[in-house]
Ligand binder design. Sequence first.
Ligand code: GDP
Length: 292
Amino acid sequence: MIDGLVIKGVASRYKVDTADGIVTSYARGKLKIDGEIRVGDKVGVEKQGKDFVIAKVYERKNALIRPYVANVDVCFIVIAPVPAPDFMLVDKIIVNARMNGIEPVLLINKTDIADESFVKCTESDYQGVLDVIATSAKTKLNKDKIFEKTKGKTACLAGQSAVGKSSLLNMLTGTESQETGGLSKKTERGKHTTRQSEILVVSGARIIDTCGFSMLELPENFRPQELVYYYDEFAPYAGKCRFRTGCTHIKEPDCAVKDAVESGKISKNRYERYCVLYNELNEKWRKRYEQS
Ligand code: GDP
């Protein structure tokens, strides 16, 4: 048996990337997890006649819903000077990624048309939160750094429409496999709504060809108190609050997180968005409680 990774699946035929190259394999029904084998699944294949069959499916580290992919390691969150960034969305994707055991990395795209201050301010807001890489699909700035983050791993790209996800994917894979820009792409997408996702393999890096829609919204049953666990930069201070683990870092007195914001150790912008998100989640939770 040789191990490999499912990079594409159409009906019950799968393309599996193995140390011996990409092979086409068929699935035995009983092996599927939750009734299916997903793109991203780690499998063992065996030669059977002239075909390969999937003989084993390894346990998943994670599984996203839209797209249906498993075992994602890295999520590149893409922003650009245009369209104007939605940093609330960025922060939500960070939470979602961390919940799924996925490393979030922020890519500031279109630096060829960005003010230096845009890049600097964003880098400073996210310093100590996650890795930030300034790039440009046009000039290929820091292409190597992005590659470095995804070597031997599976990565997806997430973010608002038109920030340059498809262009970056083309840059990374050295192809024009993704149609970029505006309306024609939307029409195209409309036609292919059931399109399967595929993992593109380039020099040991694996990149999923569709962005992670499931990363954009927090799960329905997300508890507001859990939010803080995904703000790594709060961690060194959170235990020092007067109310320790009970502190939500919103209104409590003697809050070490708020002190760290005041003294500039935690980004004020990140903290303020944390408060907005916490209050939103709290409101949702309260409404749900009142209804039941
Ligand atoms: P997506 O919707 O996130 O996949 O974005 P696209 O890749 O389709 O890009 C949206 C638009 O931004 C297109 O017109 C691209 O040509 C343009 N674009 C993408 N990356 C860059 C970049 O690095 N610099 C500049 N100036 N334009 C870019």
